[in-house]
Design a protein around this ligand. Structure first.
Ligand code: AMP
Length: 425
């Protein structure tokens, strides 16, 4: 049989060790901000019941109609690789009786999402998200806290020129009236709608609002706006959210066309954009989903959340030339010369690691010159050299890789000396 070389599945990618520091930078900055603000980490399975998503996200959305990775397992059960985080976390909240904990329950996640999307830069079939959920809090301050936390994360990442757009899409009391006005308007102008939007009009008319089709955009300039149809309670809620943002001086744009792709949103919806153009500009977004928990079998429970793409943020950071903080620990390279030194060098690397001193070395390969050249390439500040003489005298040579200066140290002092030089406390 011919040898076959395998490749990543289309739309998926590897995070190789040289790329990981970027992911770690985004994840750890997010995690630190979330934990500080009282969020606890949650992780749900990658596979869920298909019904969980079709019930919550809603028919007529791209995620449900075109993008779900659906599979039938060997027990004939229909499962889905999660396309988004909120439905699974809402399920977990109900399944673990979190409604009886002090409310709200604040959770964050860092997970892969799977969508059968058309792959391109910034759009993958497995992408990674950071996300927040505040479940059991109906107050505007919960929406504002989610927004300010995300804003803080982007600021700490030093992402330049992030813009925030916000809208309110009403609730079960006022949305039907808006929906009717929207459908009437779009039906009157149906001839000008792009074909995909005509299909959306029939299935999920709110989705027409975020259409990227040029012909549709023309008639959207006069489309009825959600904000003019809000009931008193929704209006008050929205004003409350904006008051917190204004008070903190957080800039936002009101975007009356912002609806977000998933069905379960109520009231506040928001989206953060970077500088990149087009459909991949969205760095993350979220909103309130007061109806979701009831929709999947729970008591009526107010909630608000956010999900952001990690890859999109990294693309922005790289495009903006933001330098990655140096996350590499200082390491010592242990080189050995000759046979008796081989065991001594291996033993020393282990002692250094036991003593929490980052240490590397390849004791049974190459001559001393090649070993030091590798140490140089790795950029280590210090190298330890052990030869036959050093083994006999129970010493080591400590070499400063920046200037080549060498000194002799007693073997028994090495770990303590390096801990002190590397400021390990
Ligand atoms: P959504 O649940 O669609 O609002 O997605 C939340 C965020 O995840 C978006 O704002 C993007 O930053 C990111 N995202 C969504 N889909 C993809 C994808 N296919 N590839 C990469 N990032 C994505």
């Amino acid at each position: 049989m011919a040898k076959q070389q395998f490749q990543t599945v289309r739309g998926m990618y590897d995070i190789t060790p040289d790329r990981w520091p970027w992911f770690n930078f985004v994840m750890s900055t997010f995690e630190h901000a979330a934990v500080s603000a009282g969020f606890g980490r949650v992780e749900t399975p990658s596979l869920e019941d298909e019904g969980l998503f079709s019930r919550s996200i809603g028919e007529g959305t791209d995620v449900i109609d075109k993008e779900m990775y659906t599979l039938t397992d060997r027990g004939d059960k229909k499962l889905v690789l999660r396309p988004e985080g909120t439905a699974g976390i809402a399920r977990a909240y109900l399944e673990h009786g979190m409604g009886s904990l002090p409310q709200p329950v604040k959770m964050y996640y860092i997970e892969s999402m799977f969508r059968y999307d058309r792959p391109q830069e910034g759009r993958y079939r497995e992408h990674r998200q950071v996300g927040l959920e505040v479940i059991g809090d109906a107050s505007p301050s919960a929406d504002a806290q989610v927004i300010t936390l995300v804003n803080r994360v982007y600021r700490r990442l030093r992402l330049p020129n992030v813009t925030l757009q916000i809208n309110s899409i009403g609730d079960a009391a006022c949305r039907p009236k808006y929906r009717k006005a929207l459908v009437d308007y779009l039906t009157t102008n149906e001839k000008q709608l792009a074909e995909v939007d005509r299909a959306r009009l029939a299935k999920n008319p709110l989705r027409v609002l975020d259409s990227k089709e040029a012909s549709t955009q023309v008639i959207l300039s006069d489309v009825p706006q959600t904000l003019n149809y809000l009931c008193d309670a929704c209006q008050q809620h929205f004003a409350g959210v904006l008051e917190y943002l204004d008070d903190l001086g957080i800039a936002y744009e009101l975007n009356p066309l912002l609806v977000r792709g998933l069905d379960y949103y109520t009231r506040t919806v928001f989206e953060f954009y970077g500088e990149r153009e087009g459909a991949q500009a969205s760095l993350g977004g979220g909103g309130r989903y007061d109806g979701l928990l009831e929709q999947i079998g729970g008591q009526p429970t107010s909630a608000v959340g956010f999900a952001g793409g990690i890859e999109r943020v990294i693309l922005e950071l790289e495009a903006a030339g933001v330098a990655l903080p140096d996350g590499q620990p200082k390491r010592v390279y242990v080189a050995s010369l000759g046979e008796p030194a081989r065991l001594a060098a291996f033993r020393l690397i282990e002692s250094l690691l036991d003593g929490d001193v980052p240490a590397v070395g390849a004791v049974d390969r190459d001559g001393i010159g090649a070993q030091l050249a590798r140490a140089d390439k790795l950029g280590v500040p210090l190298a330890i050299i052990i030869g036959q003489k050093e083994v006999r005298e129970e010493t080591v040579l400590l070499r400063d890789m920046t200037n080549g200066a060498q000194e002799t140290l007693s073997l028994s002092d090495v770990v303590a000396e390096l801990r002190s030089r590397f400021n390990i406390v």
